[in-house]
Design a protein around this ligand. Structure first.
Ligand code: ATP
Length: 416
């Protein structure tokens, strides 16, 4: 299997002012060319550190991608670091300079002398055109390793990877894409899933499994194990695995690949000709945002009322004043009236509601931070649940929204 190392360059990545966006993108793009990322390092804007890491990386992988630090300012020293690692001088690439001049003429920007540095590459390197920005990248071969050096802005790096790096690797390596399949589950914790699935993993040794929990859901990723010998196709093996997972997990396995739970819930609602309304308090519109992220959600989502104040709960959802007075806004009784109000006032088949204390302030001994009531109303019934969610304000809001969506999913499955 072909391998790659990634070197991210920039003080901003080391001092925490920027979060890396390149590794997840590059890992996926390189997998498409049959190249597995084996390591990733971060260097500050320092020529010697860049040179040291490039030398070490190039000895241990077929491909090295160096990201960032190709700009015109004095802290952009990646080309010097790479030249030092390769022990080659920087030389002006006339074609790159012509493209740079054309870019500045086209965009009406001033080409300062310092910017001309961007047309210098280590001698023997091939420049990589940049269709969306000024700094060209370059490709240089050293001791059997292909070293791609790309600018840091994600838009530029991504375009150059898609247009140049991946096609080039496909051509020279001619490797099949790395096989991975993601199985998406909801409603079972990571440990419960592991207990159910361990025996299965032992029978599918041609895959390496990873369990990735996030937002109250767990993704199971099955990746082709390096060097695994198989006598059928990966697609057939993944289909056999999916069948067994479905038998074990039932509807907790809600989809595969890129599908989201919001998508699945939307398709179930549309398929049953059902409509939905939402009454939100502490989530402030987040539940509606999640559902409307799905294109075509107007087929089933009628409305979401963000009723934050008590008065709004009364005015817009018909929550009774005495219910608010007797139980408080964060209560099962108010949540029930919010859900019923949203359903009756919009004429939706189903309504979701959530009320709670997101924190960090506002908690009391009886009603601590994280206490939430959420649930569903339908004609002739309702189900309101109580949970205390932990974490930050953002965590609590996200968790209650996800728990509500899961309830909706379970209700729709139950009706199937
Ligand atoms: P420029 O010509 O824009 O200076 P450059 O190749 O010098 O390009 P950098 O200066 O390293 O690139 O970064 C340019 C922009 O891209 C900055 O806003 C930087 O924070 C962002 N960036 C760089 N590396 C990353 C990364 N790994 N993840 C996300 N953003 C990044």
């Amino acid at each position: 299997m072909r391998t790659a190392n990634i070197l991210l360059v920039g003080d901003e990545l080391l001092n925490g002012t920027r979060r890396d966006a390149h590794l997840p993108f590059l890992a996926g793009a390189l997998a498409g060319a049959g190249v597995a990322v084996r390591g990733c390092a971060v260097a500050g804007d320092d020529e010697a550190s860049i040179a040291d890491i490039v030398r070490a990386h190039a000895r241990t992988a077929d491909v090295v991608i160096v990201c960032g630090g190709l700009g015109p300012t004095t802290d952009d020293v990646t080309r010097e670091g790479v030249a030092r690692a390769l022990d080659r001088p920087l030389a002006l690439d006339e074609e790159a300079l012509a493209r740079l001049e054309a870019f500045f003429a086209r965009t009406g920007l001033t080409l300062y002398p310092a910017t001309r540095r961007q047309a210098y590459v280590p001698s023997g390197a091939e420049t990589i055109p940049n269709a969306v920005g000024s700094a060209p990248g370059f490709l240089v071969e050293t001791g059997g390793c292909r070293l791609f050096v790309l600018p840091g802005p994600p838009r530029e790096l991504q375009a150059m990877t898609n247009d140049f790096v991946v096609p080039r690797l496909r051509r020279v390596f001619n490797e099949a894409p790395l096989f991975t399949r993601t199985f998406r589950t909801a409603g079972l914790g990571e440990s419960a899933l592991a207990a159910l699935l361990e025996p299965l993993y032992g029978r599918f040794v041609m895959f390496r499994f990873a369990s990735l929990p996030a937002r109250g859901r767990v993704d199971i990723v099955a990746a082709a194990a390096p060097g695994a010998a198989i006598d059928t196709s990966w697609d057939e093996l993944a289909a056999a695995l999916e069948l067994e997972l479905r038998n074990l997990l039932g509807p907790a396995l809600y989809g595969t690949g890129d599908v989201t739970l919001e998508h699945v819930v939307g398709d179930l609602l549309a398929g049953k000709n059902m409509t939905l309304a939402i009454a939100e308090s502490l989530t402030g519109g987040y539940m509606a945002k999640q559902l409307t992220d799905v294109p075509g959600s107007s087929r089933y989502l009628l409305a979401s009322v963000v009723a934050y104040a008590d008065e709004a709960k009364h005015t817009f959802l018909g929550v009774r004043e005495e219910t608010l007075r007797e139980h408080g806004a964060v209560s099962s009784a108010v949540c029930l009236e919010m859900a019923e109000g949203a359903r009756l006032r919009t004429g939706a088949t189903l309504a979701l509601a959530a009320t709670g204390i997101a924190g960090p302030t506002g908690g009391t001994p009886e009603k601590p931070v994280g206490l939430c009531f959420f649930g569903l109303s339908w004609e002739g019934g309702a189900d309101i649940r109580e949970r205390v969610f932990s974490g930050t304000r953002a965590d609590v809001r996200e968790r209650v929204a996800n728990a509500s969506l899961l309830m909706l999913y379970e209700k729709l499955i139950e009706e199937t």
